[in-house]
Design a protein around this ligand. Structure first.
Ligand code: SF4
Length: 438
């Protein structure tokens, strides 16, 4: 058959479910089912996500079924925590596609990467892969359909499907996302009130006077007075304790002798050497220097060499978030966080804070799921829930949720007794069992 034309008709999120392979049962923590029209016929797609040992370490992992066939697998990218992306090999023949070989028909619109570069590990192949966000149902469906068609497994036009091994949501046991999982509106309001009340107990220094991200006063002052340092701290804030990340721009300046965006943009070797020198400024000594240099380049080309222009002129909250989001190494989580910090802690005038958002990170995911403020673990859903719960300023929920997640709502067994939410939280601990990183 020629290139299949597909269109997503509908989809539903799934809770945990299991799949029986010949060698045993595999459990998936979440997923979705979708109905896709392919060349005029309806095709069922199922997608499951769990964690598995891949390429020498534990990573997010997915399987996508086309009708009864497990068809494509996904492996969490190294930057999964930031991008929620998984990688899946491009295999229209049984061989891997190698770098430099032409993309097969249908793949031009996909983001691609070399698996060994984007998911580094001892067994990761130097083969081409598509990079797809975990919640991009349309692209996962199309990738699976392209593979199924290329392998001659896509039977359309009235062919009778064999569905014996494709469990329906009922028989397989997954809980559809439509199951009532939220607490009452009254209880949701009580949790929000408890979060805001807890935030109010935190000392609030006069805006713009005392940023205390690190125990080093000079580093704090540097963040307050140097916008490029602030931007770099946002980029550094991944995969390491926040205190270490926010101190890194100050240390980088000490090591380079400057923190001039123009010089940084043009000297990757120097930046890489400064970050990798012991004690390392960051655990990501490969990609962090590239992100820093790319950020410096963008500051030069888009912001006239002055990172402070990103948030000058009293822009709207959503505009500032989009501007941060445009930097490599900054995704929704860090962009939303940056907006809140600028406005709340640094006294930067930002208008329309009702357009601010929570940062979709492990702490938010755990607290929102366990308190039953969200009914499934999806970035857009949780952001939408925060907008509903606190329309006046959704991003205001971010800081207390982060503190609760960091302080009490741990992976595994949380410390509910001393938690500020204990009197109002649903304590549905198992609902966040899959949220293990961070
Ligand atoms: S620690 Fe317990 S009470 Fe606090 S948010 Fe988590 S589950 Fe709820």
């Amino acid at each position: 058959m020629g290139l299949p034309a597909s269109r997503l008709l509908q989809s539903t999120y799934l809770g945990p479910f299991s799949w029986r392979w010949p060698e045993g049962v595999e459990h998936f923590e979440r997923g979705w089912v979708a109905l896709v029209e392919v060349n005029g016929s309806e095709v069922h797609i199922r997608h499951g996500v769990n964690r598995r040992d891949v390429f020498g370490g534990s990573r997010p992992h997915s399987v996508t079924w086309v009708e009864n066939d497990p068809t494509v697998e996904g492996v969490g990218a190294d930057d999964y925590d930031e991008t929620r992306s998984l990688l899946s090999l491009i295999k229209v023949t049984k061989k891997h596609l190698k770098p430099g070989e032409p993309l097969p028909p249908g793949y031009a619109e996909f983001q691609t990467a070399i698996m060994a570069a984007a998911a580094q590990g001892p067994y990761s192949p130097r083969s081409m892969a598509v990079r797809i966000r975990e919640d991009d149902i349309d692209r996962w469906s199309r990738h699976a359909i392209l593979r199924a068609a290329a392998w001659g497994r896509l039977k359309l036009g009235g062919a009778k499907w064999e569905r014996t091994s494709l469990p329906s949501p009922k028989s397989a046991g997954p809980a559809p996302a439509s199951a009532p999982t939220l607490v009452s509106a009254e209880q949701q309001g009580a949790v929000v009130s408890a979060l805001l009340a807890y935030a109010a107990t935190k000392p609030q220094p006069p805006p713009g006077t005392a940023v205390k991200f690190t125990p080093v006063p000079e580093a704090n002052e540097f963040l307050r007075t140097n916008p490029f340092a602030f931007l770099l701290a946002v980029i550094f804030d991944q995969g390491v304790p926040a205190e270490r990340a926010w101190r890194a721009p100050y240390e980088l300046r000490q090591r380079l002798g400057h923190l001039d965006p123009e010089k940084v943009a043009g000297d990757l070797p120097a930046v890489a050497g400064a970050i990798a020198a012991e004690p390392k400024l960051h655990r990501y000594i490969e990609k962090m220097p590239r992100w820093i240099v790319a950020a410096a380049g963008r500051v030069m080309t888009d912001w006239g060499g002055d990172a402070g222009q990103i948030w000058s002129g009293e822009p709207r909250a959503d505009e500032v978030q989009q501007r941060f989001d445009a930097f490599t190494g900054i995704g929704q989580k860090k962009a939303a966080m940056a907006v809140e910090i600028l406005e709340r802690d640094m006294g930067v005038p930002i208008k329309a804070m009702e357009r601010s958002d929570v940062a979709y990170d492990v702490h938010l995911r755990r607290v929102f799921l366990r308190a039953r403020l969200a009914d499934h673990d999806d970035r857009d859903h949780m952001i939408a829930r925060a907008r509903e719960l606190h329309a006046k300023r959704p991003g205001e929920l971010d800081y207390p949720t982060w503190l609760v997640g960091r302080g009490w709502c741990h992976p595994g067994v949380p410390e509910c007794a001393p938690c500020p939410l204990t009197a109002v939280c649903a304590k549905d601990i198992e609902r966040a069992a899959h949220v293990t990183s961070g």
